[in-house]
Design a protein. Sequence first.
Length: 169
Amino acid sequence: MTLQALMLLERGPILSQHAWAMVSHLPEHIAQRELKVIGRQLGLPGNMLEVHQVEAQGPGNAVTVLIESENVTEVFVGIGERGIRAENVAAGVVTAVQRYLAARVPVGEYLADQLLLPLALAGDGSFITLRPSRHTTNIAVIEQFTGMQCEKIGHDRWRINCGALLRIF
């Protein structure tokens, strides 16, 4: 099997936005409070917000926002912690979504990390992402073996390029 070059340079129009909050062994109002923050700050209507009661071994909550675009789907997740208000969990996710949307990039910071190795193995391709963070730690190693480069192209916009893969085997 031969990997093909990945070219992900534009997000394309946003097709849908959806959020859901999940709670296990916790009151449902925690999920409702998270979704209230997300709905208000991201302008999502009530029919795009869902509460899910799930069964797990212990108590917990998580909130997810999905942004589906023409060329890519990005997922943002916040996990509740004891002592952290539901509103703060949701606000953290909202901040990440707003940063992604404002930068007008197709690839978020976590997906960028996941794409580095396949891009290097394909030996060719390019994508535009947010400023690389500690989540893109593989890039320093991959740069040593490939023609991969990372360049700033705008405010909070970076382009990851990979040229021909150096074959050492």
